[in-house]
Design a protein around this ligand. Structure first.
Ligand code: B3K
Ligand code: ZN
Length: 848
């Protein structure tokens, strides 16, 4: 398959009005009978269906008659029936295909996971089940018959009947094939029900393995909250009689929004206080919501082609972020989201893999389920909402659902509803969708005669294939804080549209401090000369919680980058952070976020962005040193927080309880720098929840005294795959950098390193990639280890190998010796015979 281009889009020349599937499940030789009701277009054209090399075609009939083989062409990716063999009137095409789910280690299409048959079809998995026009703009109803002795047989839509090993499902809503799913297995359900506001009674089930029911309750609660929220906030109701969620252990990503039958990675369903952390609970809630919200943004309205992926993903991420902010703390959620955006999307934008939210070319679409498509896609919608206001946004969304229900839509359609609903011209705004790169916004301030003038310039660095960038529309939220700490001008959104632009605030008595980019109103990098005293002032007084946190972050980064360059710094930060940590009025979660130092990766990114080659070891030392100084300076306060931020009573994952735990853990981490890990040792032994145990374990591992805790955890949870994933991951992630590769090698040699399971593989390799100075070891051992495993994984599961190869995406920013090692590792991967299209595309973009 060559490079795909957005510009080459053509509608499919046939019409498909119904798909009927009859599947007899077996580990090998599953029988897939497919009937497609087709109408030809006006001109005679060949019928080209997608179909992977693994499909064994037994028969091919049109209206009951075998198609003459002389008119049929087969290659590894398609099946073509010549126009000459096609009727000029509506006809039914019937195929009989055999496939082997048991041998499907790529987990794309139909596969077996621990005795459970399940499917993953997005983006192009359906073509590994049967021959089909596997493209999102071909939408049709599905009728599915499943045959198997397994007790639970599920597919999309509503159940028609189930008896004697046969189940029939009918999905009345036209959908593209990527939303098809089936599941068969020995499963049990946690069940509940929901009545929509127009009175439809919906049966809800979360299906898990027998024995896991007691860990599925939180997922069910989250589902019910999501259904209610989408009615209340977006006016969107559920549209079938049943909603099923299934948890499986082998899954390439988090979860999948198949119509009426969401399939989840079990780590995003199963949770109990002794096995899951607060972070796990929050993620489960968010992902359950995300997949549910796709029912409207993704399923009822889908994408015309895969270039439009951010149409459904950006919007659905934006919606799940709103949901979490409504349920928990909006301020804390915004800070967390910005941290994720910077750690993943800014990183992507700065390196060889940069691409726009709507790319215009790809080789393998699975390589484009990225932070840019998802998280930046969501940020772009946040900006749109800021520009048109809450009412404008609500009107535009109503129009979107009205106008495009049942459509396979484009980014142009999306922008048009905003233009039509609000009268605003979005031609320039569209650049956010078509251009890659993070704009750098530079601010100069002048003060004269009661007027504060803000001079902004914007400039976006070149990215692959896009050397020159035009100015974008940037909403800049600004407020002013007076010298006494009071706000003298509330938040106002400045709209920047030029390369340089000035904005003035007049009639001011005394020079205020501008609080700029409040709420992170645009995904840009703000460069602004500001002394540490002014930052500390904002950290103490800003009324916008994001900007307040950001002031502390800048203070920390300025200290850390100076320390990493060998200078002396940090006193202002240490003083300011102490005041904030001790502020009993502030939300404990907010205080915890301020106490957590930027990670080593973030420090490296900042250094690189300001023209200094990051030295991973120096960064590690600088960060550890600053943490130790904070601990020394605020020992008593931190000890008090550790002792008092406990949560009485039974564990609850709610925001308030989690907030207290997060502050307690932040204090524990800092205290661990000076108490030798004694508190962590005690806490690990007595904590009744996984949140505190994992935090304690991380402290112990950093100090090289984690062995007995690791043994305890192993003894207790050897049979729990999800806890064992954590066990593998944290040992490498929290290891002293000089041990990280050796630990990873030792763990990889264990018999329970079940590397074909994506979660286990990600735990170990992702754990190493997250150990910044360990992965970037000066001798290249981290790169070599990772490359070896990527090559091994590629032959088994290309999607996972390609995804994990992003560990290398920052390689060009390091020193020459490290660059040599990284390039060698990447070239070794590139030269592997039989390398998948997925990994080949990633590696060649990285060494281009
Ligand atoms: N739409 C799926 C992701 C599919 C990834 C395919 N490689 C999950 C989600 O975004 O909700
Ligand atoms: Zn999604």
């Amino acid at each position: 398959q060559p490079v795909q281009h957005l510009a080459d889009y053509r509608p499919w020349p046939f019409t498909l009005s119904q798909t009927r599937l009859d599947v007899t499940l077996a580990p090998r030789d599953t029988v897939v009978l497919t009937e497609l009701d087709l109408e030809p277009s006006d001109l005679p054209v060949d019928l080209v269906l997608d179909g992977g090399a693994g499909l064994r075609l037994q028969s091919l009939r049109i209206d009951g008659l075998t198609v003459d083989p002389a008119h049929v062409l087969r290659d590894d990716e398609t099946l073509t029936i010549r126009a000459a063999a096609l009727p000029r009137v509506p006809f039914t095409l019937a195929t009989d295909v055999r496939i082997d789910p048991q041998d499907n280690t790529a987990f794309e299409g139909l596969y077996l996971s621990g005795g459970i048959f399940c499917t993953q079809c997005e983006a192009e998995g359906f073509r590994h089940i049967t021959f089909y026009p596997d493209r999102p703009d071909v939408m049709t109803t599905f009728r599915v018959t499943l045959r198997s002795d397994l007790p639970v047989l599920l597919s999309n839509g509503n159940p028609v009947r189930a008896q004697d090993g046969v189940a029939e499902w009918n999905d009345p809503w036209p959908k593209p094939a990527y939303l098809f799913a089936l599941v068969a297995g020995n499963l049990v359900a946690v069940s509940d029900s929901f009545t929509t506001r127009s009175g439809r009674a919906v049966d809800l089930n979360v299906w898990v393995r027998p024995g896991d029911q007691d860990r599925a309750g939180f997922a069910m609660e989250s589902l019910i909250k999501s259904m209610r929220w989408d009615e209340d906030v977006y006016g969107r109701e559920y549209d079938l009689d049943v909603f099923n969620i299934v948890a499986v252990d082998d899954f390439n990503m988090g979860a999948m929004e198949n119509k009426g039958l969401n399939i989840f990675n079990s780590k995003l369903v199963l949770a109990s206080p002794d096995t899951a952390t607060d972070g796990d609970y929050e993620r489960i809630e968010a992902v359950i919501a995300h997949e549910y919200f796709h029912n409207w943004t993704g399923n009822r309205i889908t994408c015309r082609d895969w270039f439009q992926l951010c149409l459904k993903e950006g919007l659905t991420v934006f919606r799940d972020q709103q949901f979490t902010s409504d349920l928990r703390s909006a301020a804390v959620k915004r800070i967390e989201d910005v941290q994720t955006l910077r750690a993943r999307q800014f990183r992507e934008d700065q390196g060889p893999l940069a691409h726009p939210p709507r790319p215009d070319r790809y080789e393998e679409i699975n390589n484009f389920y990225t932070a840019t498509v998802y998280e930046k896609g969501a940020e772009v919608i946040g900006m749109l909402k800021r520009l048109v206001g809450d009412d404008g946004y609500a009107r535009a969304l109503d129009l979107y659902f009205d106008r495009h229900d049942g459509d396979a839509a484009t980014i142009e359609d999306w922008l048009k509803v905003f233009e039509d609903a609000t009268g605003r011209d979005l031609a320039q705004f569209k650049r956010w969708y078509t251009d890659a790169g993070t704009p750098v916004l530079t601010l100069q301030e002048t003060w004269q005669d009661g007027t504060l003038t803000l001079d902004f310039t914007q400039q976006t660095p070149p990215t692959p294939g896009q050397p020159d960038k035009l100015a974008r529309v940037i909403p800049i939220a600004v407020g002013l804080i007076g010298p006494n700490g009071d706000e003298v001008a509330p938040t106002r959104v400045l709209e920047m549209t030029e390369d340089r632009q000035s904005f003035s605030f007049e009639g001011l008595g005394a020079r205020p401090v501008a609080s700029v980019l409040r709420g992170f109103s645009a995904p840009v990098m703000l460069q602004r000369q500001m002394d540490d005293a002014t930052r500390a002032f904002l950290l103490a007084h800003d009324t916008d919680p994001f900007a307040r946190w950001e002031a502390g972050r800048e203070l920390a980064l300025s200290a850390l980058t100076q320390l990493a360059r060998g200078a002396d710094a940090g006193d202002d930060y240490i003083t300011a952070i102490g005041a904030l940590a001790g502020d009993a009025e502030a939300d404990p979660a907010f205080r915890a976020l301020c106490l957590n130092l930027p990670g080593e990766e973030e420090i490296a990114t900042r250094l690189a962005a300001t023209g200094t080659t990051p030295d991973p070891d120096a960064i590690h030392q600088a960060r550890a040193g600053l943490a130790r100084r904070i601990a020394m300076a605020h020992q008593d306060l931190l000890a008090e927080l550790y002792d008092t931020m406990t949560v009485p009573g039974a564990y609850s994952p709610d925001a308030d309880a989690a907030a207290r735990r997060s502050l307690r853990i932040a204090a524990l981490g800092l205290l661990g720098r000076i108490d030798g890990g004694d508190r962590a040792e005690v806490l690990f032994g007595i904590a009744g929840n996984m949140t505190e145990r994992m935090a304690a374990l991380a402290v112990l591992l950093r100090l090289g005294r984690g062995d007995s805790a690791l043994r305890m955890l192993h003894d207790e949870f050897a049979d729990n795959r999800l806890v064992m994933d954590k066990w593998f991951g944290i040992q490498v992630m929290a290891a002293p950098p000089s041990d990280a590769v050796a630990f990873a090698e030792r763990l990889a040699a264990r018999p329970d390193f079940d590397w074909k399971n994506p979660n286990r593989f990600r735990a170990l390799l992702g754990g190493l990639a997250a150990n910044h100075a360990g992965f970037h070891a000066a001798d290249g051992s981290g790169y070599a280890f990772t490359a070896d495993w990527l090559m091994r994984m590629d032959a088994v599961n290309p999607q996972i190998a390609a995804r994990m190869s992003t560990a290398f995406e920052t390689w060009p920013r390091y020193d020459a010796a490290r660059r040599d090692h990284a390039r060698n590792a990447l070239e070794r991967i590139a030269s592997l015979a039989g390398l998948s299209r997925n990994t080949r595309e990633m590696v060649s973009r990285m060494i281009a």
